[in-house]
Design a protein around this ligand. Structure first.
Ligand code: ARE
Length: 590
């Protein structure tokens, strides 16, 4: 037993309330080290030997170094005092806040070690503190739209120098193509046919640039895109088709032409808005830059969200679009650079307007500090994005490290945050999926199939479904190709089918997830998704050669392939199948 490898932290992603009555307790051990791991628990106000329970834990995630055990427990009085019990061969070791011991509760003279004050503790499960993301997100399939580039429904709004919209149009940092909100309304049927249930819009508020991350007026649709009435119409029409709408909140910074910043430029220290930003000295200058900005971008002065007026203004904005226009969620730009206190107020405000609104932070790194129930429902899951790309698309990692990286995200957050994590494969900030795949559509399809059969909410970047290409910003922001002869209609059918597959089978959305095979140096994986009704075994070969796959220790069962043809049966506890290069089987138990 390697005690040094053992890790647990009370009141963290290792011990949290999953719902109003259930706690999840997790502990880390060295990989394949223990025969059995249990949690030994009781009530701190009644901590006597015959009222102590021992509950066995199960490995729910693993990587090359560690096993992660988890158990769900409903403590009758919502209080929970606990220790861990590790068993290997004939050795048993207990661990609590005091330390490790081989003395059990029934040994005499154990003193402090087995008193409630020595235990790890979850003091009380208060319902109001439970991280509770909206249920609908588990069933959602998102589609990301960059408004300037999706469709031009009202040419009368075209900005000056609008470029021609063709399949060959080349986006630059500052050209315009005339996309607008009417264009989206006109194409809701297209999205409905694809199976989309929520649109994520990058910003459409009045701003100077084509990407609109430099806001001038947060309460107004950019005139290039329509007006607030068009936005309302868009939300209403989308809702009628079962499609929700999420907007982009750019609250870390405003734009250079945001009137309060202009006032500071003009009036300097005398401006009544001087504390709305982080100005280091007056007069304000862009060269040298003497105020805080997003990155080093002078056009994006950082807002002082500690200022009461700024907070009140931004919270008014947050409320307005939810309450008056009816949007269903906010994606928060540069979310990790804005203070936590602001986000707590933001959550209270948005959830008061619509308890079902989805609050999604744009954070590319570990985000546990924002996922404890008082700030975001979930984050854009870039660590998962990168793992999927590295395994299926770039062919850079083996199955074991793919599993390790995905499972690391399972242990990184409470389960409910992973259930609604925003799983994207590309975006307006990254090269397109097909570009990364160097045009290899088989690799692209494997990545998308994994995305659509994994837990979390998948998001498709506009145009990926018809085979659009493009490198990093601005290459990934080409106008949507609408000429059918330049669309890959087979790819569209593929996306439509895998979205439908996910919709038809709840187990693929929020069933349990478990790797069955992910070995070192292998290029194939197998995983299981189950719920009370269904059991799926999904096997994917990201290698360039044909692969014979054997999954051992299987319960008896017969399976039908829903992603191809054929039936399979477990024989002598082994499920065998052969997979062509870059192919997959989605096996559903009959
Ligand atoms: C423009 C040009 C770029 C140029 C840049 C700097 O297009 O080519 O490099 O200016 O001059 C928006 C526009 C961009 C624009 C940018 C600045 O969409 O086109 O770039 O404004 O004017 C980090 C942040 C993350 C941020 C990314 C971009 O943490 O929040 O950088 N993403 C949001 C939006 C962007 C948006 C902004 C922020 C600004 O999604 O679209 O840009 O409002 C690593 C790091 C991450 C880093 C990530 C990407 O993984 O760990 O922290 O994200 O790379 O760089």
């Amino acid at each position: 037993m390697l005690l040094e490898a053992i890790y647990h932290q009370p009141k963290s992603q290792y011990a949290y309330a999953y719902d109003e009555e259930t706690l999840h307790i997790r502990v880390r051990t060295k990989r394949n080290d223990m025969d059995r791991v249990s949690v030994v628990w009781g009530d701190k106000y009644d901590f006597v030997p015959d009222k102590i329970t021992t509950t066995e834990m199960e490995v729910f995630a693993k990587d090359s170094l560690f096993d992660y055990y988890q158990v769900a427990i409903k403590p009758p009085f919502r209080r929970f005092a606990y220790a861990f019990k590790f068993e290997k061969g004939d050795r048993t070791v207990f661990w609590n806040e005091v330390g490790f011991t081989e003395d059990s509760l029934s040994s005499s003279g154990v003193g402090m070690l087995w008193s409630p004050s020595g235990m790890f503790e979850f003091p009380f499960l208060n319902a109001v503190d439970v991280h509770t993301p909206p249920e609908w997100v588990k069933n959602a399939v998102f589609y990301q739209i960059f408004p300037e580039r999706f469709a031009n429904g009202d040419p009368s709004l075209n900005p000056e120098n609008t470029q021609a919209w063709t399949h060959e149009s080349v986006p630059t940092r500052d050209n315009f193509f005339g996309g607008d909100l009417q264009g989206v309304i006109d194409n809701l049927d297209y999205l409905q046919e694809l199976g989309i249930t929520c649109i994520y819009f990058t910003p459409f508020f009045e701003a100077f640039s084509n990407h609109k991350y430099d806001t001038i007026d947060y309460l107004k649709v950019d005139p290039q895109f329509g007006d607030n009435k068009t936005a309302k119409k868009l939300v209403d029409e989308a809702h009628k088709k079962g499609i929700r709408v999420m907007l982009d909140a750019v609250f870390n910074h405003s734009g250079y032409y945001f009137p309060p910043f202009q006032d500071v430029l003009i009036n300097g220290e005398k401006s009544r808005f001087k504390d709305w930003f982080h100005i280091k000295e007056f007069p304000v200058s862009t060269d040298p830059l003497n105020y805080d900005t997003f990155g080093f971008v002078p056009e994006m002065p950082k807002l002082n969200t500690e200022n009461r007026e700024v907070r009140a203004y931004l919270l008014k904005v947050a409320r307005y679009w939810v309450e008056e226009i009816g949007v269903d969620g906010w994606r928060l730009d540069v979310a990790n650079e804005v203070d936590h206190r602001f986000w707590r107020d933001f959550r209270d405000t948005v959830k008061a307007a619509n308890p079902d609104a989805y609050i999604l932070g744009e954070i590319w790194h570990n985000s546990m500090a924002w996922l404890q129930g008082d700030q975001f429902d979930a984050v854009m899951n870039y660590p998962v994005t990168n793992s999927i790309l590295d395994f299926f698309v770039k062919d850079e990692i083996d199955a074991e490290s793919f599993m390790g990286r995905l499972d690391a995200m399972q242990i990184a957050y409470p389960k409910q945050a992973n259930e609604v994590a925003f799983n994207l494969l590309d975006s307006h900030d990254t090269p397109r999926l097909l570009h990364i795949a160097e045009g290899n559509k088989d690799r692209m399809k494997l990545a998308a199939l994994f995305q659509l059969t994994y837990m979390g909410a998948p998001c498709i970047y506009y145009g990926d479904e018809i085979g659009m290409t493009g490198g990093g910003d601005p290459g990934c922001r080409k106008p949507m190709i609408w000429e059918e002869e330049y669309q890959d209609r087979q790819l569209f059918e593929f996306y439509k089918n895998i979205i439908q597959l996910r919709k038809d089978h709840p187990a693929l959305k929020d069933g349990t997830f478990k790797f069955l095979s992910a070995e070192k140096d292998n290029k194939y994986i197998a995983f299981e998704r189950t719920d009370e009704n269904d059991r799926f075994i999904i096997v994917m070969n990201s290698g360039d050669t044909k692969q014979k796959v054997e999954i051992n220790d299987m319960e008896p069962g017969k399976f039908r392939n829903l992603y191809g043809t054929g039936s399979y049966e477990v024989e002598n506890r082994v499920l065998s199948l052969e997979l062509e290069p870059l192919s997959a089987a989605v096996l559903k138990e009959k």
